[in-house]
Design a protein around this ligand. Sequence first.
Ligand code: MAV
Length: 326
Amino acid sequence: FNFSLKTMAVSAALLGSVTAVNAETVLRGASMFDEDHAFTKTMREFERLVAENYDGDVSFDLRLNGELGVESDYVTYLNQGVAVDYTILAPSNMAVFSDSIPLMDMPFLFRDLDHWNAVLSSDAFAPLEADLREAAGIVIVGYHGGGVRNLVSAEPITSMEELADHRMRVMGAPIQAQTFDAVGAAPAAIAYNEVYNAIQTGVIAGFENEAASIQNLKFYEVAPHISLTQHTITVRPIVFSAKVFDALDADLQEAIKTAGAEAGAFGRALESGADGEILKEMEAAGQVVIHKFEGREQMLELVGPVQDAYAAQLGATELLENVRGM
Ligand code: MAV
């Protein structure tokens, strides 16, 4: 009798320790890039801040270098609550679940960095966030971004004439294709991890991207010409799977929201601050040739009506006017 009591005490103690191990929450993140890219750095900062703001046990398992695929894959995982719990991604890659979310990163939405900053510091995008949670099961906890997207191509594209019928890859949201269609190019939605090969084999002649990613994934090897259309200042939400987020304890949810806001601010300063430097680095290393683009004004005029029509179709005219007016 005595013996079995002891045994019970031992197993209770064991059980206790097992429970304690299980009580640690392990969250898995995904990045298409290595440790040097601004997205990864922002996620590292996010992880650090969550741990700092939370009393319980939480750890992070961030998979790099596209080990878990590309952003369009992450979106499906986040929606289902499997494989990826958090990441940073382009709103346009979430178009399959939400028609309205790509409005956040449509080309020519922001006049300049000040405008972009003002909009991201406001709650102008709150209705889009609500729609994303509802339609995609994805929660936005902060905003990274700040890269400037330009044309990246095998041959220089320096004018509206050269842009005409230019076969270029765009992200999967219809508004992206509509925009580049309106300026006369021939856009095609192609998965990000197929872009390098598609340019190399001549399936497309180029794409558009920001400096940090051109450098990190060495796109300059196949597309060494950058034309300064400066058509997009990126908005890249730090996102969580709603299924995962909702199952976390309230304190951890709070820590994640606080960390998301702070890591986003850190990341926006980082990527927007480094953007011009990275272009110069690539130029100095002989990796890219940078060209002026004559015709940005014309692009703006052609794209305005496309934006208006998209917003009208979403019932988001007021939202767009509000953003433009900031
Ligand atoms: C850049 O790597 C990032 O902006 C990333 O968020 C996008 O998904 C990617 O470009 C792209 O063009 O798909």
